[in-house]
Design a binder for this molecule. Structure first.
Ligand SMILES: [Zn+2]
Ligand SMILES: [Zn+2]
Length: 244
């Protein structure tokens, strides 16, 4: 297998999936398959953030504190976290992944999310990993659920169970792009349902998605999961916006 991979690398040298630059071996190992320039262009989210929804504040001063939205109304998820801001080369990668059918990007992006999830969630036992589901119509259009491809890596990294059937998107919703915060909330409200309550009852769920802006999709999934008896919901997304 190793010899075969080396041979393939010689014939088809691996390229960065964002900018198509040829990869150097050393960078390949540390950069999850992205070139040095692109990988260094991924902006890590650092404190201060909201301890509940993970929203990063513009200021770099002071400690973590609750954002206005969470103070006003606590979300249904317990904690949401994202390693990166949704912009620059990571945004390009996620766009190519979702909208240009580059499902192969699920591997480097999934490994990236998995490595972020470990220090946070590894010590917890009996976690159940669930991707944010797509509506069957959208799934037919896209051919794959990008969140499921990410969730597979997260589940195997944590050694946890993966369930991509019990939570369903039962209402076909407009894409969230271009909608205002309150419109987004309305757009996804009641869009998700738990088909098998016994699968999530008393469980600690890791809910996986690719991008969060207002967090209304995560919140609506978490609402359905909590109503079906889930003990805790930890939302894990690859990238999020600063505002929303
Ligand atoms: Zn690149
Ligand atoms: Zn918050």
């Amino acid at each position: 297998m190793h010899v075969f991979k080396s041979l393939m690398d010689l014939i088809y040298p691996p390229r960065c999936p964002v900018c198509s630059e040829f990869l150097q071996q050393t960078v390949d190992e540390n950069g999850f398959g992205f070139c040095k320039t692109c990988f260094e262009g991924f902006t890590e989210i650092t404190s201060p953030v909201c301890p509940t929804c993970g929203r990063p504040f513009v200021t770099t001063e002071g400690g973590d504190h609750h954002c206005e939205a969470c103070l006003r109304k606590r979300p249904f998820f317990d904690i949401a976290r994202a390693p990166y801001l949704y912009h620059g080369p990571l945004m390009s990668a996620i766009h190519a992944f979702k909208y240009s059918g580059k499902s192969s990007l699920g591997n480097p992006l999934g490994m990236l999310l998995s490595s972020f999830s470990k220090p946070w969630l590894e010590a917890m036992t009996d976690l159940l990993v669930m991707p944010v589901p797509l509506h069957p119509k959208r799934l037919r259009e896209r051919g794959f659920n990008q969140s499921l491809l990410l969730a597979r890596h997260v589940a195997s990294g944590l050694g946890s169970e993966l369930d991509f059937l019990s939570l369903r998107r039962v209402r076909y919703t407009k894409p969230q792009i271009g909608l205002k915060s309150d419109e987004r909330q309305k757009n996804v409200r009641g869009a998700f349902e738990v088909m098998d309550r016994s699968a999530v009852n008393e469980r600690s769920i890791v809910l996986v998605d690719d991008v969060a802006t207002t967090g209304s999709t995560l919140n609506d999934c978490a609402r359905a999961l909590k109503r079906a008896g889930a003990k805790e919901v930890y939302a894990l997304v690859l990238a999020r916006t600063r505002t929303g």
